[in-house]
Design a binder for this molecule. Structure first.
Ligand code: SF4
Length: 323
């Protein structure tokens, strides 16, 4: 079966041709991917449910292929805007599968970035993921490729937890594709794999429960998504619930909404979401009690093996944009 996309062939360079590597099978079914072709298998993980199911698929497939040692979880940390306990959870999930984790953080922090831009992220201007996830991930690839020092372009499989039913834009993505923008002539060839692209939310949760790996407690408290606590792209119901569970974070976003003078998203002001959260909160919700919840993962964990948090850039800039 032919297999490497045209874009990849255009990027093919002398070292690759000289070695005459067998093309990677272009799979639509995850079981057909030959993982042994890749020098490095990255799982980009937010520690959310889709990332977690992706890690389960990739780790099991890599173990079956005898290349689990090529798998690394990469968590691009968004700082305190993320749900508490996410780094610990991502680390615990990696440990569950016996693979290392690397954590990287954008130097400025997401709220500072939004304040600098003066606009909230939107589906048309999703600069948040580009700055805080894609760029750190590519820098990490550069680090790893340099460490591998193969003398030829490294082949990297970048695995992401995107699902088609999340949005029209994601539905249009291919489950497996060469990524020319992450690749370059001499150092690396990158393919993107979305193992759970065609999965339903029910399938994701079935897989997670079967794995017995820890997942984030926010899901059991009514959240349907993780990553940033408050995301302009999230459904209103999730925003209301997030305000009820993390009023501390909500207040920072409310201040930022005032500071930049734009509603959280067109037609939806966060102050209205917050008012709804107050009006519909339960007696035990933090927005009612004023007591923060403990969001650390609670399942028994194996030993943790976090590689490192980049403390040089891991600055806690909570609220510093406005003060
Ligand atoms: S969760 Fe939303 S705001 Fe946060 S990085 Fe992702 S798209 Fe941007």
């Amino acid at each position: 079966m032919p297999t490497v996309p045209a874009a990849a062939r255009r990027h093919a360079v002398t070292p690759t041709r000289r070695r005459r590597r067998t093309p990677v099978t272009a799979p639509q079914h995850l079981t057909t991917i030959d993982l042994t072709r890749f020098d490095l298998i990255l799982v980009d993980s937010s520690a959310g449910k889709d990332s977690q199911a992706t890690l389960d698929v990739v780790a099991n497939a890599a173990a079956a292929a005898g290349v689990l040692d090529r798998v690394t979880v990469l968590h691009c940390d968004l700082g305190h805007v993320e749900w508490p306990g996410v780094i610990e959870l991502a680390t615990a999930q990696a440990a569950h599968y016996g693979v290392p984790i690397a954590v990287r953080r954008h130097h400025a922090g997401l709220l500072n970035l939004i304040h600098q831009r003066g606009r909230w992220p939107s589906p048309q201007a999703r600069y948040c993921t580009s700055a805080t996830k894609r760029q750190p991930a590519r820098r990490y690839m550069t680090e790893r490729v340099a460490a591998l020092n193969l003398g030829r372009p490294a082949w990297i499989l970048n695995c992401l937890g995107m699902r088609a039913e999340e949005s029209t834009a994601r539905a249009k993505k291919r489950a497996f594709a060469f990524d020319p923008s992450a690749s370059n002539i001499t150092r690396r060839k990158v393919w993107t794999w979305l193992p759970v692209h065609a999965w339903t939310e029910h399938q994701v949760w079935t897989r997670i429960h079967a794995s017995r790996a820890p997942y984030h407690p926010a899901y059991d408290l009514g959240m349907r998504r993780l990553s940033c606590t408050l995301c302009p792209l999230a459904a209103r119901a999730d925003l209301v619930r997030a305000c009820q569970l993390r009023p501390d974070a909500a207040h920072e976003y409310l201040d930022l909404e005032d500071a930049i003078g734009h509603d959280f998203r067109p037609g939806l002001a966060l102050r209205d979401v917050y008012a709804e959260a107050v009006a519909t909160a339960g007696p035990h919700d933090p927005i009612t009690t004023g007591i923060a919840l403990d969001f650390r993962p609670r399942l028994p964990l194996r030993s943790l093996n976090a590689e490192a948090v980049t403390t040089s850039t891991a600055l806690d800039l909570a609220g510093s944009w406005s003060r």
